[in-house]
Design a protein around this ligand. Structure first.
Ligand SMILES: [Zn+2]
Length: 137
């Protein structure tokens, strides 16, 4: 099933929306953003946009033929993300960057670990990998 997941996150202190998708042609969402003149950047497989609301993005996507039932917006549908998060982060596990030792580590992507191996990124040095040390708080 094609799926677009929209979430909002604080990335390096800035509010941003993250868009991830699966099951669509590669570059599909990016081409829509291009057509709408929306600036974005990519980090791993995640599209990051600033100064756009979740509602706006959803509206734009549906305008280009994406079915609303294939758009998951964080907080809208039973907080799907929270459900997954609560499964994988039930214990208070902190991940430690193997390169710089920072614990300022977050999941690269919501869909990471679902379709692909669970990847993490270090906010401090930018290291991306699957081999982060886990320590329990
Ligand atoms: Zn690091």
């Amino acid at each position: 099933m094609p799926l677009v997941y929209i979430d909002h996150e604080k990335i390096r202190g800035k509010k941003a929306l993250t868009i991830e998708y699966s099951g669509f042609e590669k570059g599909f969402i990016e081409s829509i953003l291009d057509k709408e003149n929306i600036n974005y950047r990519k980090e791993g497989g995640v599209i990051i946009v600033e100064n756009v609301t979740k509602k706006q993005i959803k509206k734009i996507l549906t305008k280009y033929g994406v079915d609303t039932k294939n758009i998951l917006v964080s907080g809208e549908i039973l907080n799907f993300g929270f459900l997954l998060e609560s499964i994988s982060f039930r214990r208070n596990i902190k991940r430690v960057c193997p390169r710089c030792g920072s614990i300022n580590v977050r999941k690269v992507s919501f869909l990471s670990g679902w379709f692909t191996p669970l990847q993490f990124i270090c906010e401090d040095c930018g290291y991306v990998g699957v081999a982060f040390l886990e320590v329990e708080e």
